[in-house]
Design a protein around this ligand. Structure first.
Ligand SMILES: Nc1ncnc2c1ncn2[C@@H]1O[C@H](COP(=O)(O)OP(=O)(O)OP(=O)(O)O)[C@@H](O)[C@H]1O
Ligand SMILES: [Mg+2]
Length: 219
């Protein structure tokens, strides 16, 4: 799946008609299977950009093209379907559902097929080293374990693209490394595209290339 943007902008409206210009004309082209590190200072617009690339938010102007097709004006239903079939997301905070156990959380994106998908979920949890934690509730896990569950959940629909927004930002270095390595391995094996927001130069070095965003434009 190829993802491109054409002159993408995003403005937020604040009270009293004040406007914040966050993205100021972004042109990117991300090829299928590429591992991209998205870097830049705090407030530069990294999260805003991956939310748009991941079809979770709409730009103010400009276009997003998926395999050459302009999807900017697709309906919410069509975008949701596209997202579900193609995209996995991992955030800085895990957003696991507190009332569901580990296995159920991994199955959440495919809940309507949870019976058929249980084997895949158990397999992913095994790769994540969590076989002995499948019945735990999120509050009964360490931070690193929670993020590994979130990674398994992001991968359960076999996405073509994994977006990760500082997924190891809240973890100690060692734990972060384990998860980063898993992420790169999984993406490499499945030829999955990875777009990773990171402040870590080490992590950016593992990627095929970096996109550096500063003050809403690519530098
Ligand atoms: N809903 C919103 N309303 C108004 N301004 C917003 C909104 N969301 C983000 N912003 C502003 O847009 C700018 C970019 O935010 P964004 O979250 O994309 O930055 P970032 O590069 O991900 O930063 P960080 O590294 O701190 O996560 C920030 O200045 C932020 O205050
Ligand atoms: Mg951010």
């Amino acid at each position: 799946m190829k993802i491109e943007t054409r002159n993408l902008t995003k403005n937020y409206m604040l009270p009293h008609n004040q406007e914040v210009k966050v993205l100021k004309g972004i042109n990117v082209s991300i090829n299928s299977g590429e591992k991209i590190a998205l870097t830049g200072p705090s407030g530069a617009g990294k999260s805003t950009l991956i939310h748009i690339l991941g079809l979770m938010d709409k730009p103010t102007s400009g276009k997003v093209l998926i395999d050459g097709e302009d999807i900017t004006n697709f309906s919410a239903t069509k975008l949701a379907k596209m997202r579900k079939e193609n995209i996995g997301f991992m955030f800085q905070f895990h957003y696991l559902l507190a009332d569901f156990n580990v296995l159920e959380n991994v199955l959440m994106p495919v809940w309507e097929n949870k019976k058929e998908k249980t084997k895949d979920a158990l397999n992913l949890l095994d790769i994540m080293g969590l076989t002995n934690r499948i019945n735990h509730m999120p509050s009964e896990l360490s931070g690193g374990e929670q993020q590994r569950v979130a990674l398994a959940r992001a991968l359960i629909n076999n996405p073509k693209v994994l977006f990760a927004d500082e997924p190891t930002g809240n973890l100690d270095r060692e734990t972060g490394k384990v998860i980063e390595t898993l992420m790169f391995e999984m993406c490499g094996e499945k030829n999955m595209t990875l777009v990773l927001v990171t402040h870590s130069p080490e992590l950016a070095e593992k990627a095929d290339r970096s996109i550096n965003i500063m003050d809403g434009t690519i530098k």
